[in-house]
Ligand binder design. Structure first.
Ligand code: ACO
Length: 316
């Protein structure tokens, strides 16, 4: 994983946004988030995390058959950040492509990578979640501006035997309710023009409380779907790695799922919501902290813009 060196605390934000450290902590659990330096792009963050994943997995660059980058904040509109990452890693002419499924991006990437390996198309895949959100925040839009942070997390996917690895993956979406969380400007329907390219251009529209309720419900539903698919119960889960959207969403979902708080990974205090990067960052930290041992069942779950949701169970 990689988090940019610069830290933006809630107190820092108080200086240019109508908010308080206390409000942000109480309502979201966030204390600080990381912020890129000008000129850095999403593929630069992805590159750092990817190099670490390649080293930790003990593979050579030539072993890679494909690169998947999950992001809603690509370096450029064209081409994909996965292509830029491919170039920066100096890879041979293998496939590289982005996945945009917002906060469920990593779950979509895991489902895709897992299916490509199980079907025998590829043997080794670099899967990255990477985002830069802080440099396009509308700070007067305080309900969204305080939530997000920058970062990247990466994993190497390879086939495994004897019942280890990705046991099941699940995704869902509800496009009819996309307006619960969206950024309308700058795409093909409403391109940037001289008239609309002002300080509000990157405003994210969000119905926070509605999103909150839907997130809790879907976290629980999709997690149960994953458990049912492999005949496990919540008692069999050793670690829950949820998307880090809001500490209160994670706590509410955890309570409804009946999972012990000590089995829940929560790092949102230090990272904010890093969208598609949040699950691999949290997973990496849990592994580093010795919270994962061989044979453990890890449940991951996400909910986000789209609306999208997903879950996966891994036997480590
Ligand atoms: N600082 C200070 N006050 C604020 C801020 C802020 N940053 N933002 C909102 N407020 C005020 C509101 O204006 C409102 O004031 P009022 O009572 O005078 O009208 C008050 O705080 C309460 O606002 P609510 O929106 O009802 O607050 P809520 O407790 O629902 O928390 C929040 C808002 C944190 C956005 C919450 O709804 C949430 O986390 N929703 C999920 C959003 C989310 O996770 N989005 C990320 C992407 S999707 C995903 O990752 C799942």
């Amino acid at each position: 994983m990689y988090l940019p060196e610069t830290v933006l605390t809630n107190k820092d934000i108080e200086a240019f946004c109508d908010t308080t450290d206390e409000w942000i902590r109480q309502r979201t659990g966030i204390e600080e988030r990381h912020k890129v330096t000008p000129g850095e792009g999403t593929s630069d963050l992805a590159l750092r995390a990817s190099r670490m994943a390649i080293k930790n997995a003990g593979i050579a660059l030539d072993d890679l058959d494909a690169v998947i980058c999950c992001t809603v904040s690509p370096d450029q509109i064209l081409p994909a950040s996965a292509n830029l990452l491919h170039g920066k890693l100096g890879l041979r002419d293998i496939a590289s492509f982005d996945i945009n499924a917002a906060c469920s991006g990593f779950m979509a990437g895991l489902m895709t990578g897992n299916a490509l390996i199980k079907s025998g198309v590829y043997k080794t895949i670099l899967l990255v979640g990477a985002e830069i959100q802080t440099n396009r925040m509308t700070w007067k839009n305080r309900d969204t501006a305080v939530l997000f942070g920058d970062g990247a997390g990466a994993v190497i996917l390879q086939a495994s035997e004897n019942g280890y690895g990705v046991l099941t993956t699940h995704l869902g979406s509800d496009g009819s309710n996309y307006e619960v969380l969206h950024l309308p400007l700058g795409g093909s329907r409403e391109p940037f023009t001289k008239e609309n390219l002002d300080e509000d251009a990157y405003t994210i529209y969000m119905k926070g409380p509605e999103l909150f309720k839907r997130a809790v419900i879907k976290f629980v539903e999709v997690s149960q779907e994953a458990l049912d698919a492999v005949g496990l119960t919540m008692d069999d889960i050793d670690l829950f790695v949820p998307h880090q959207a809001n500490a209160r969403i994670i706590e509410a979902a955890g309570q409804r799922m009946g999972i012990a708080p000590e089995k829940v990974v929560m790092n949102i205090q230090k990272t904010g919501n890093t969208t598609a990067a949040s699950i691999p960052i949290a997973l990496h930290e849990a592994v580093q902290e010795g919270r994962v041992k061989e044979g453990d069942h890890i449940l991951m779950a996400s909910f986000g813009a789209g609306l999208t949701w997903g879950a996966a169970i891994v036997r480590w």
